[in-house]
Structures are given as structure tokens and as C-alpha cells.
Ligand binder design. Sequence first.
Ligand code: APR
Length: 241
Amino acid sequence: MTQPLTSQDRVFVLTGAGVSAESGLPTFRGADGLWRGHRVEEVATPQAFHANPELVWQFYSERRKRAATVSPNPGHRALAELERALDERFFLCTQNVDSLHEQAGSQRLVHMHGRLMQTRCSRETCHIAPFDDERLYLSRAEIPTCPQCGALLRPHICWFGEVPFAMDRIFEQLRVCTVLLTVGTSGVVEPAASFVRMARINRARAIYIGPEEPANSKFFDEVVLGKAGEVLPGLVKELSG
Ligand code: APR
């Protein structure tokens, strides 16, 4: 039984690929973790895009196609319910680029690794804003160019070696939270893997939910082994008292 929240508690939720697994989106490091023989780390980099933009867009186009067919699961919905109960005392940071949290009703959230259904210019010095884009680009000729500078457009995703989005807001929320709920992330990709240690500096209670122990499990006060869609609805009830 997890201790209920008090009216002073502020909850920071960190989610990873595992929260969307029951909706039918594969995790990154599950099974063989490969896409057409490539590890994610080989297609999700600026260098990979520079060397072979067609391959990178094919990877993200396949994911766009898949993401358009899935719906939120009870795990996403339970987190949206917790947000409705806590209001501004709730903050959700997802590493996922899908939109399932929003579809479930979450509003106070940031996508630290970007959004699958957004596109932006690949030139760092060009400042056109990322825009909503659900199209698929499967050949080199189909990849659009920036209307402002002519560079290739790229997915609005934080690749390996790039700085995640919204870090100022994330660090501020980690500083003030009293409870950290971490769901479905393997605890190997930084900086998210260190959030638990940052939250604990101010003595936040840290709870992990997922079917297997994450790599950073020793930093959590509680590790609840189970699937997000099965554990979260009950856990949210327990937290809400
Ligand atoms: N419920 C909860 N957790 C689950 C479920 C489930 N139903 N199924 C699997 N998991 C857990 C796995 O046990 C694993 O710990 O989800 C985690 C998925 O781990 P990864 O595939 O490594 O995904 P994630 O941690 O989100 O990856 C982080 O790495 O490739 C990059 O940018 C990409 O955002 C991604 C980042």
C-alpha cells in the first residue's frame, strides 16, 4: 500500500516508452531493440541524418504511421486523472514523442525528447518554429526543404548528442517536487536517468513502476513491478487517498 498524498505534496511524473507499450508502441530496448538491423542510437543522431536523411525519415515515417493507429491505455488515463486531482501540484515530463498523454487528457506536460508529429528545419541557426506535420517521407525526393533557408527539414526530435527540450522548467519542477513517479523507462538514457537523484536531493519520495527493475533502481524508495496500465489506476487511487 502506497502512502496517500497530502495537500502539500507536489508530484513530478517521468514517463518512458513503457507507458505506451500496452497501447501497442514498441519500446526501444525491448526484444532485440533493432530497426532494420540498426540500433536506435544509429538512426537517432544528427550525424545519421547528415549521412542518410532518407533512412532517418523512413524510420520516423514508420513510427508516425504506427502512432496514428494507437490510443491511450489505462496508464495514460490514470496519470491524467491524477493531474485533474492535483492541478498545479502536478507535472508530467515524458521522454516519449507520441501524443498519447495529451490524448488521455494530460495538459501540464513537456516532451523532453520532442514530438513525433512535428517537423522543423535541420539548420541550427534557422529559427522557423517546429510545426505540426503527420506526413510520411519515404524517399530523398520527398523530404521537404525549409521555406526560409532551403535546408532539409527534419523530425522535431531530440537525438543522441542533442540537448533535450524544456530543461529549465524540468529542473525547476524537480527542485520543488515531493514525490517522483517514474514509469516505464530503463534508466539508462541521460539526463532522465538522473532525475531520481536530483529529486532526492530535496528528499522527494521516489516510486518506480514497470515490469522490470530499471538500471537506476537503487535510488528509488519503492519499485512496483508490473505493467503501467495495470498498476497505475490502483496506485493513483492509493495516492489520492
Ligand atoms: N509498463 C511499464 N513499463 C514497461 C512496460 C509496461 N507495460 N513494458 C515495458 N516497460 C519498461 C521496460 O521494462 C523498460 O524498462 O519500459 C522500459 C522501456 O525502456 P526503453 O526501451 O529503454 O525506453 P526509454 O527508457 O523510454 O528510452 C529512453 O532512449 O532511445 C531513446 O529517445 C529515446 O526516449 C527514448 C530514450
